[in-house]
Write a new protein. Sequence first.
Length: 92
Amino acid sequence: MEMKNAYAGTMESGDIFIQISPSNEEGVQINLESSVEYQFGGQIRKVISETLKELGIKQATVKAVDKGALDCTIKARVTTAVVRATGKDVWA
């Protein structure tokens, strides 16, 4: 699947900024910055990974800057970034 750089979200409290880029490396690399990474970093990474898998993304680099987003917000931002990066309409 062809992909370009794309992003979704904001740096506001309760949100997450997701940037997705094509990668030459195998698999998905997730770079996470979060003030709650110690407590919730594993869950944030899990939601990002599962959402990418559901959308068929097997190779990408993801930068995530979390400001206390809930799982549903994380999923929505990742989905939006993937749609913007691939042009694939997942809502059709």
